[in-house]
Design a protein around this ligand. Sequence first.
Ligand code: SAH
Ligand code: SF4
Ligand code: F3S
Length: 490
Amino acid sequence: MSVTFHIETVGCQMNVLDSELITASLLREGFQYVENPKLADILLFNTCSIRQHAEDKIYSALGRLKHVKKYYPQKILGVIGCMAQKEGEMIFSRAPHVDLVVGPGQIARIPYLISKIRAGQTPQLELSLDRRGKNRQEVESSFDFYDPTRDLLARENPYQAMVRIMFGCDQFCTYCIVPHVRGPEQSRGMEEVLAEVQQLASQGCREITFIGQTVSKYHDESGNRLSDLLEKTERITESSSLQRIRFVTSHPNSMTPDLLEAVRDLPHVVPYFHVPAQSGSDAVLKRMNRGYTVQKYREMLDEIHQTVPGAAITSDFIVGFCGETEEEFQQTMKLTEDARFKNSFIFKFSPREGTKAYQLYADDVPEEVKKRRNNELLELQNRISAEDNERFEGQMVEILVEGLSKNMKKLPVLTEGFPEEEEKTGFGKGGMSGEEKPEEMVQLTGRTACDRIVVFDGPRSLAGTMQNIKITRTSAFTLFGEMMVSGREE
Ligand code: SAH
Ligand code: SF4
Ligand code: F3S
């Protein structure tokens, strides 16, 4: 019987991509993927360190697995990703039943390390160098580039793919652990990135998302910038299935005219910018070392609106950062009100050991205050998102169909279909030969170019196609609509 594996993934898109790449490499080794972690011979946790909560959850999951390991000593338990890099040996002391700890800069070595463990050499630890006090080049080369040939089998959905164009981060926002766990900022060469896009496109991929912590700062050794990469990628759309090109996450200080003009001029690059503000207060931004003022951020928003009219802009905010006063928080509310972001991700500040904020400032905003500010800002943002979505009522939108909606995935029993819905929409009637059964209607989900989620009923076979949907109802997070079926009006 073949050896099975499962990867539990938390964290950002970097981790989602890493898990895909690790899955592909383990499949190539002959291991078999299983959905159920309980059935896995090799269970890996791809972890995140961005907030304390993310780490606590992993430690408690590891705690629960202690007795499992006692009864099934052959089971291999691994902690990989950002928390592995941050915690290192500490993971073995807190959870001695763990066999494998591998940082995000060493994931190429996972199959080899697993083979060593299977040969009885446990535990295994593989980390990149700690940045502090080390020579930059040495540290850079300890973070291996790992973006091997893409394997269709390892992706949840063949129509969409992420492509890493940058590693690490050099911004050193005082609250943030990422520069420590993901290493120095490095851009991949444009030709290499384009070859990967070309390969994905030839596999039928319709949407690619370029990812990096400060993706707008992309620049390779030959001097190519993100605008150059977008332009070259646009050319691939002319001779392939590729329809949409996205990029996340942008930094407010690198939204240069060439980038905005590329988004304006290249028809397949979506008019969507995730460009986190983090705070609406100059004093807080300074303590965060974000490198801009609120005024500069507002000017940057104006430039986006002027160059790319109708663009969707989204943000992240941290509330309750060290020393944040009520007045400073109200300035964040004001910025949110004025900017009218499509949506914002809002986080309560979580102190991270090893960061500047941890050394320099006290985590002095009480938890209840953080919670209240979080709710207040969320409520404001949700009101804005709901208002923003209302204008789509009655409009047609073009979407890329992604597949079953989240509800459907959670409730497999519903995937049996909705015969009465089929009647209602009339889809599949007319043009069908007598023998052919109409396809079941299921709840599907897709996204507009500006990343708005659209839920509608349609046949499963639409996954991966572009469709026009008429929006009938909206909420803060979702547009609900109907497929436009030709001949339906008659
Ligand atoms: N590189 C991106 C995203 C980094 S992590 C950027 O610069 O925007 C995603 C988000 O997590 C950040 O934007 C920030 O809002 C939040 N975050 C980072 N560190 C945090 C911390 N210590 N506590 C709470 N939220 C944090
Ligand atoms: Fe963290 Fe700032 Fe880098 Fe984003 S830009 S990853 S918030 S240090
Ligand atoms: Fe978390 Fe690492 Fe991403 S810390 S947010 S998984 S880069």
